[in-house]
Unconditional design. Structure first.
Length: 466
């Protein structure tokens, strides 16, 4: 990325938003893949088919997280090297990271082909759901490498000074995916549940073919960006630094996958497939919020990393201050908007099932309160990644997505259960209170994560001069 773009002097809130907007939209569109699949499958395939693709989704979220880790961690390293004035070494490091990710993707696709079914059975996936799960997985697994590359290149398009090109690539991939869903699920599946799941998988795979392959071709060819794939500098310390920088993004996604499995298991136990379907809908809304917040963190990261490498502390301070204003403002607005439109959002996935609609709306209204607190830790983790401080970023991510989540998902339902059991007020049963406690647990988890992130901002301020 050219210095006149990275070493920005006029860092107003409006200009900063416009600068990162292409990356935000690109990540948002990428996240829409699973959502579009869910809309079509829920309406044409039914509740069990919809629950099945949500049961499989955490596996592929882990796969995507590897691409995201290499993208965000690699961008932090490459942008820092660019800021230090060594563009040729930056290109060689970029090439090494890309080739390594491709090798990992091919290996993972082979492994997943054999372990997905036994893994799903170990999670308690029912015999009724399993055919749908495997019908979806066996089509997506061969596209695993492309899945990783799409998330990877979203970060590097911004680093290379081409965020708009990244947006165009993602838009094309999104159009292919949505068009494929309309054709394969809406028309050709003829409301057959298994064919609906397979159609959604084919549509996603075709979208990934565009989203993952085009950037690879672009960076191999002669281009006008600051990066190009070519000769690599094979030093393991660069891979180590990449993974160290991006570990927070990896931990965030892997932990989120694990927590989703825990939530799915709880709701499956409490109210059956309908509970998994309801949580899947809420998860889609959470995905949209998270994509926008993560898109901002990814989009602003090259600016932070470059100016940190260039020792431009005044610009770094202004970047951080304006970023906090943007993130907090977005969190408040998003919470209000989603609370207001909870019913129409839930109805998209309820396929005229009034019971599912009621459960989903109740859960969504509670879960959405967590959006007030999600923005700061999402940005904070990305901020420290951009500063090449993998420990701080990783610690925030680990505590937020795993420790706090597990602690609250155990403690909050129990507290709700015993409070209602002791007081017997409002006509609510203790078991019902525990059910609502599961929904509320994420709110308390994100509150703890926000407090931890603010503490890190205060402690690390002097060291990084922001």
């Amino acid at each position: 990325m050219s210095e006149n773009k990275l070493n920005m002097q006029n860092l107003s809130v409006g200009k900063l938003i416009l600068y990162v907007l292409p990356t935000i939209i690109a990540l948002l569109i990428s996240s829409v893949y699973s959502i579009v699949d869910g809309v079509f499958v829920s309406n044409f395939g039914g509740t069990t088919a919809f629950a099945a693709i949500n049961q499989v989704a955490p596996i592929f979220l882990v796969v995507a997280s590897i691409g995201f880790m290499f993208g965000t961690g690699g961008t932090a390293l490459v942008s820092k090297v660019q800021g230090e004035g060594d563009p040729e070494r930056a290109k060689k490091i970029f090439s090494l990271i890309t080739y390594t990710l491709i090798a990992i993707g091919i290996t993972l696709s082979i492994v997943l082909w054999f372990v997905t079914e036994p893994f799903l059975r170990s999670l308690g996936t029912t015999d009724e759901m399993m055919p749908f799960c495997m019908a979806y997985a066996h089509i997506i697994i061969p596209a695993v490498t492309l899945f990783m590359l799409q998330f990877y290149f979203q970060s590097f398009f911004a680093c290379a000074g081409k965020p708009k090109l990244g947006l165009i690539d993602t838009l094309l991939a999104g159009v292919v995916n949505i068009g494929g869903d309309a054709l394969f699920v809406g028309v050709l599946a003829n409301k057959d549940p298994v064919k609906s799941v397979q159609g959604a998988a084919y549509a996603t795979a075709l979208g990934l073919l565009v989203g993952g392959l085009f950037p690879l071709i672009y960076f191999f060819a002669k281009n006008s960006s600051s990066l190009r794939l070519g000769k690599a500098e094979f030093k393991l310390r660069y891979i180590g630094a990449t993974c160290g920088n991006g570990i927070s993004e990896f931990l965030t996604n892997v932990s989120a996958s694990f927590i989703n499995i825990v939530y799915n298991s709880l709701f499956l136990y409490m109210i059956g497939d309908m509970g998994v379907a309801a949580f899947g809908t809420v998860g889609y809304v959470n995905t949209i919020f998270g994509a926008i917040a993560s898109g901002y963190a990814v989009g602003v990261a090259p600016l932070i990393a470059y100016n940190y490498g260039a020792k431009a502390s005044d610009i770094l301070k202004k970047l951080h201050k304006n970023s906090l204003v943007i993130v907090i403002g977005y969190s408040i607005i998003a919470t209000i908007v989603i609370e207001l439109v909870a019913t129409p959002l839930a109805s998209i996935f309820s396929h005229n099932d009034p019971d599912l609609l009621t459960i989903t709306v109740d859960g969504l209204r509670i879960f959405t309160l967590s959006f007030l607190f999600k923005g700061i830790p999402t940005y904070g983790s990305g901020f420290f990644t951009a500063l090449n401080d993998g420990f701080s970023s990783g610690f925030i991510a680990f505590m937020r997505t795993l420790v706090f989540n597990l602690a609250t998902i155990i403690a909050v339902p129990l507290i709700f259960f015993y409070i209602v059991d002791a007081q017997k007020h409002g006509g609510m049963e203790s078991y019902e209170a525990a059910y609502y406690g599961v929904w509320y647990s994420i709110v308390f988890s994100e509150l703890l994560a926000t407090l931890l992130t603010l503490l890190f901002f205060k402690v690390k301020k002097k060291k990084y001069q922001y």
